[in-house]
Design a protein around this ligand. Structure first.
Ligand code: SAH
Length: 351
């Protein structure tokens, strides 16, 4: 019999299962807390349950977790993890320290289908989507490894969150539950390359999370060259969805713009972008590109980036030039996995 992934179950689903097993309902609360708050990796760690009950549970259910396969700590305190999943696949997460607390950047898929030219995540191909429990486990494992409490989550690691919509929605429900990790929706950001129909689906849920759009170019001509998704959903359609999103949720939208030397960093690009973002309550984050061997792209000069920011500002667009966190530790999405010879994901595909 296939065992059920219990850490992806909501508290009411666990309660129902517990009742169906003929157990008292308070057991559900105990089990749920062990899974969601403590992040235990086995039923044997649930010390307030009898040995017999633990055995029964482990026959029916499986607890998905992830183990630290590799860890890199940067000089600034950023920690990059390569986590190994139950099937041997590897994913990356990055723990970052900010003034307001600790934030973790989690992966939502093993590999990625989107194929953005400057990103390392798709280089090993697309393997599979993560379950809600596997997204949660990245937080649990980072917390237990460091002993700190994580207060913010960004869905900005490997994979496209809106291409794994249902599992990501389930993750959001679990992570925000006050009987679980209790990380409020306002402390969560979701970043997408722009799967337009899914943006509409997301806005219907009226969540208070922050939506980030990886825009990276001011027009279709440049965007289609570096982001294949743009051939399906062009910038006009995407920006229309952003305007709708803003109206429906009343939330500011963040645009991520990776500065690629000679590709998207001209003064003209800045002016076009500024004019197209008019009427959108938004903020632009300029990200220094992470360079890596397989990528032909170079990082824009700091002066070019500053000038780009200045033009946006002069048009009334809020902008931040992001510091590059963990540049010394392969902290560009997908790079650690790519560099890890031990990852079954890579070795399996390259042979
Ligand atoms: N698929 C989602 C989330 C994962 S990528 C998305 O596209 O938004 C997270 C962010 O890192 C995106 O903005 C992505 O474009 C950016 N990114 C990817 N590779 C990068 C690189 N080499 N340098 C800088 N930013 C990069």
């Amino acid at each position: 019999m296939e065992r059920t992934d219990i850490k992806s179950m909501t508290s009411s689903e666990i309660k129902q299962a517990v009742l169906e097993m003929g157990l008292p309902s308070f057991r559900a609360g105990q089990i749920y807390k062990w899974l969601q708050v403590s992040g235990v990796k086995s039923f044997d760690e649930m010390t307030d349950l009898s040995k017999e009950l633990r055995a029964v549970l482990s026959e029916r259910f499986e607890i998905y977790s992830c183990d630290v396969e590799k860890k890199q700590v940067s000089s600034g305190g950023t920690v990059k993890y390569l986590f190994r999943l139950h099937d041997g696949r590897c994913i990356e997460s990055v723990l970052m320290k900010y003034k307001y607390g600790y934030s973790i950047c989690v992966s939502t898929q093993v590999g990625c289908k989107m194929g953005c030219a400057f990103c390392a995540s798709h280089l090993g191909g697309f393997i599979r989507s993560l379950t809600a429990s596997e997204i949660l486990s990245q937080i649990h494992s980072a917390q237990s490894d460091t002993g700190i409490r994580i207060s913010h989550v960004v869905l900005m690691g490997m994979g496209e969150p809106l291409d794994n919509f249902d599992n990501v929605m389930r993750f959001l429900e679990l992570v925000g539950d006050d009987n679980g990790l209790n990380i409020g929706m306002r402390n969560i950001s979701l970043s997408t390359c722009g799967i337009v129909p899914k943006i509409y689906e997301l806005m219907q849920k009226k969540l208070q999370l922050t939506l980030s759009i990886s825009i990276h170019a001011p027009n279709d001509e440049i965007r289609s060259k570096i982001m294949p998704i743009n051939k399906k959903y062009g910038t006009e359609e995407l920006l229309r969805a952003c305007r709708e999103y803003m109206k429906t949720t009343n939330r500011k939208i963040y645009f991520e713009y990776t500065m690629l030397k000679g590709i998207n960093d001209s003064a003209d690009c800045a002016r076009i972008l500024a004019s197209r973002l008019k009427n959108i309550l938004c903020h632009v984050n300029l990200i220094p590109a992470n360079e890596f061997g397989e990528s032909p792209f170079k990082r824009s000069d700091p002066e070019t980036t500053e000038q780009f920011a200045q033009i946006l500002r002069s048009h009334g667009v809020g902008v931040t030039v992001r510091r590059s966190l963990g540049g010394d530790i392969d902290a560009s999405c997908g790079l650690l996995r790519l560099r890890s010879a031990g990852d079954k994901t890579r070795s399996g595909r390259d042979q």
